[in-house]
Write a protein that binds this ligand. Structure first.
Ligand code: TXE
Length: 468
């Protein structure tokens, strides 16, 4: 069994919970269930390690490089574990872990300039960024490794120490990551614990961490923010989205369909920034629906271990039930499934890639985050009205505009309320060097780039008068 790692060592297992293979719907492994004492131990150990880890920038950068090399060498071993617990095809599991390596290297290489505001005859004023202390990192089940690394790499680079807790649906690869990285990190710098949802809540009220970095649902994000408020812990929240794609009247449906389709269906739509609703002009609507539906029908959905699988099952039962309900609700309201519309007839959490037409705003699957392989395509008559409807959501994570006329697309993009807006592609801005964060209910603060690292620091001003 994969074990929790605290202070560089495996922790004796006190209790366990089941981990389910989404391709069968059956439990296939157990994970350790962290006790409150073990949580205290993890937090105190991280606090102790912080005393020295925060001091030496060079050691930290070398350690992150070592972590990148160790993780890269382990991709072949970790990818099958990620597929088993998450469901995604093996090749996607491999590229997810490879992405985490890229993040480690980016932060290892990131130069942080000294910010000297004044250095003249009157004196010297400089701004430094101090690490906060212990960071509690809480992650979801859609990209367990990547999203953990979006927190671990910048937090460690800035000089913090980390206690990370993966989702109870996907704890195993993160536990394995914790075991693996002990070879290259000083003890206590990265601690990995696992448990059910109440463990996340305990982390947010624990007195030790100075920051909670959370990725997950908006509902839980609110609880995290409320729990952190008492102690004024810093929080970064990366939450849900209901990301619109607006197709302009001069776009060519066949030409854009591949990119649009995969922006919506990658990882089975279980992507915070997936396209979740498409607005298409009336005269292109039927052609675009058919172009997307043709792709949906031809995608190979199978167990992540099956040769040639392009999409696996949904990750967990509640998510499978939610997608099933949202599509059934839309069909009851008069929507038509141009492709899919139901689960696959086999065990596990498999759902047919689904393209819905004949529906509009006010239907649950348009208004809420579906987080699954079902995409509503909505016809519009007036572009200003489509923009209005795109912005009418309480979410604001990402958005895209599709047109060969880049100036016009750029003007529409500037109207959209979202943390990232792309033209003729969706989600191009997810890179280690660009800030990623949501407007409105989609989050608080940003991850990635120097801006993400700054979120793991407090500013300190150092001043002195000129020497006589
Ligand atoms: O998320 P939760 P769930 C959305 C998506 C999905 C919905 C529910 O729409 O349908 O969220 O997924 C931990 N204090 N996203 O229920 O509960 C939990 O153990 C602190 C979008 O899985 O937010 C897990 O580690 N932590 C999202 C993590 O929070 C708590 C990705 C996320 O779980 C906690 C995933 C508490 N009170 C789902 N309760 C995205 N932004 O990409 C639970 N947790």
């Amino acid at each position: 069994m994969h074990q929790m790692t605290i202070g560089g060592k495996p922790v004796p297992v006190a209790g366990t919970f089941d981990v389910t293979d989404p391709a069968t719907g059956e439990p296939f492994a157990q994970a350790p269930d962290c006790t409150p004492d073990q949580l205290d131990h993890a937090m105190n150990t991280a606090a102790e390690a912080f005393r020295t880890w925060r001091r030496d920038d060079r050691t930290r950068r070398e350690a992150l490089r070592g972590a990148a090399d160790a993780l890269e060498a382990a991709i072949g071993r970790l990818a099958p574990l990620l597929t088993a617990e998450q469901g995604k095809p093996l090749k996607d599991a491999r590229s997810e872990i490879a992405g985490a390596v890229v993040w480690l290297r980016y932060y290892a290489d990131l130069e942080l300039p000294r910010e000297i505001v004044q250095d003249d005859a009157r004196g010297h004023a400089e701004i430094v960024r101090r690490p906060l202390g212990v960071v509690a990192a809480i992650t979801p089940w859609n990209f367990p490794v990547t999203l953990a690394m979006w927190k671990i790499a910048p937090a460690l680079r800035a000089g913090n120490t980390v206690v990370v807790k993966p989702s109870p649906y996907t704890p195993l690869t993160t536990l394995a990551l914790g075991e693996l990285l002990q070879e290259v990190l000083p003890p206590g710098v990265l601690n990995v614990i696992s448990g059910r949802d109440p463990l996340g809540a305990l982390m947010t009220t624990h007195p030790v961490p100075r920051k909670i970095s959370f990725t997950g649902s908006t509902a839980t994000g609110r609880r995290v923010a409320a729990a952190a408020a008492d102690d004024l812990k810093r929080v970064t929240l990366e939450l849900g989205g209901n990301d619109p794609a607006i197709v302009l009247d001069d776009a060519d449906p066949e030409q854009i369909a591949d990119r649009l389709f995969w922006a919506a269906f990658r990882n089975n739509g279980q992507v915070c920034l997936a396209v979740k609703r498409v607005y298409a002009p009336e005269h292109l609507h039927a052609d675009l629906v058919e172009a997307l539906a043709a792709r949906a029908r031809s995608v190979r959905v199978d167990a992540g271990t099956a040769e040639g699988a392009q999409l696996g099952p949904l990750n967990n039962r509640p998510q499978f039930d939610r997608v099933t309900d949202l599509v059934a609700d839309a069909l009851r309201q008069g929507a038509l499934a141009a492709a899919g519309g139901a689960p696959l007839d086999r065990p596990g959490y498999f759902y047919q890639p689904t393209v819905l037409t004949g529906l509009t705003d006010g239907t649950r699957i348009v208004d809420e985050e579906q987080f699954g392989p079902a995409l509503p395509v909505i016809a519009y008559r007036d572009l200003a009205d489509a923009v209005e409807r795109a912005n009418a959501s309480p979410y604001g994570l990402t958005a895209s505009v599709w047109s060969p006329d880049l100036d016009r697309a750029g003007q529409v993009a500037a109207e959209l309320e979202a943390g990232q807006v792309s033209v003729n592609v969706h989600g191009l801005g997810v890179r280690p060097d660009l800030p990623f964060g949501g407007h409105k209910w989609s989050g608080l603060g940003v991850e990635n780039g120097p801006w993400g690292l700054y979120g793991f620091t407090d500013l300190q001003v150092l001043t002195r008068p000129a020497q006589p």
